[in-house]
Ligand binder design. Structure first.
Ligand code: FES
Length: 113
């Protein structure tokens, strides 16, 4: 199956330890690449509560906690799981070839941040 999504190489899987994340800038959008026990996921690197980066947030399972006030999001769906945030995160598709991680270009996506 093919799609017309443009993927941009952003990181090497060996550079992101399990339970950690890195923030990358793709065409002006900050995207957080997270290594979870269920694989890698990419979400907007911006908490929807007060628009601060989620980078450095605690990752447990496939959940991430905002480092500022502790809102919890599901990295697989972007869904907010615990307050004080109430808006979901934008998610981005990933592609992994060998150890190279590419992320869907955010161009053209409607971002709410
Ligand atoms: S800024 Fe993330 S929970 Fe408040």
């Amino acid at each position: 199956m093919t799609d017309n999504i443009e993927y941009i190489p952003v990181a090497d899987a060996t550079d992101i330890e399990p339970g950690h994340s890195v923030s990358v800038n793709v065409n002006g959008t900050n995207i957080l690449i997270c290594n979870t026990e269920e694989g890698f996921f990419a979400v907007q690197d911006m908490c929807t509560h007060e628009l601060v980066p989620l980078c450095g947030g605690y990752i447990q399972g496939t959940l991430i906690s905002c480092p500022l006030h502790g809102a919890v999001y599901d990295l697989k769906s972007g869904e907010v799981m615990a307050p004080p945030a109430f808006e979901d995160l934008q998610t981005f598709k990933l592609k992994i070839e060998g150890t190279s991680i590419s992320v869907e270009s955010p161009t053209g996506k409607s971002l709410n941040f």
